[in-house]
Design a protein around this ligand. Sequence first.
Ligand code: TA6
Length: 286
Amino acid sequence: MATVQSPEHYPAGDIVVLDRGNGTRVIVHLHGATVLSWQCNGVEHLFLSSTSVFDNKKAIRGGIPVIFPQFGPWSLGPQHGFARTKRWTNVIPPSTDKNGNIIAAFQLEDDDETRQMWNHKFKVVYTLMLLDTSLVCNFVVHNTGSSSFDFTCLLHTYFRVADINSTSVLGLKGLKYVDKIRESKEFTEERDVVSVGEKTDRVYKDSPKTVVIQTAANPSIEVSTLSFPDTVVWNPWEEGAKSMADMDDDGWRHMLCVEAGKVSSSVILEAGDKFDSSQTLKILPN
Ligand code: TA6
């Protein structure tokens, strides 16, 4: 089963904690600005593999990895781009706003290593806001260079579920999706309630602004997005989990990735422009 997170588990210099009290807090690892844990009233809502590697090199297996500037295989660098394996800077330490919400911001800028792979100047500012029952992840890409560039991006959220066999996603009916398990052919979702009973790896296009993850024994979670038109649904299932050294063998039973992104087509960003996007994860009342 996935690790239940506590800040003490990590070297203090590697993490930033947003804590509202009452068991509502978020832990962010500066490696990839990866949210490791989001607890609301003491209940953990993110999955983190207990065999995830924390060497500040490999991508963290779980939480919310940040995918930029490429979703999927990349001829210029690692799969899913370099953002999730770079050290980010906590440019705005956790602070409380007038409504009692905790805000913190993280930044990644181009450097020699990134320019070797992808020769563009950029600044990504990733701002987290922890409210009483929701977490807002605001993702902004600035083109700080003198020429345009294009990219894809995604927040690779691993939701923690009691049992994948009693978990489903609502709001995907009627969407076209690319099924990477079926030769990446395109299909149309016919179901109101999308359950996951096998290895699943789908990119739903032109998603509605809100989808809901329903799972027995836990409250439902609503995922609302701005400028993230695609929704990736992924579970490696038993065989896939066993093939990943950094995934618990039974981890697939307790996780479902529902990932908000812009991946079906690239963002083309002119010099000096910015791309502003966000996901809001909200615990729905029972
Ligand atoms: O988001 C789904 C996906 O693209 C799957 O195809 C699978 O590769 C998953 O991401 C995990 O990728 P990773 O590089 O983290 O092992």
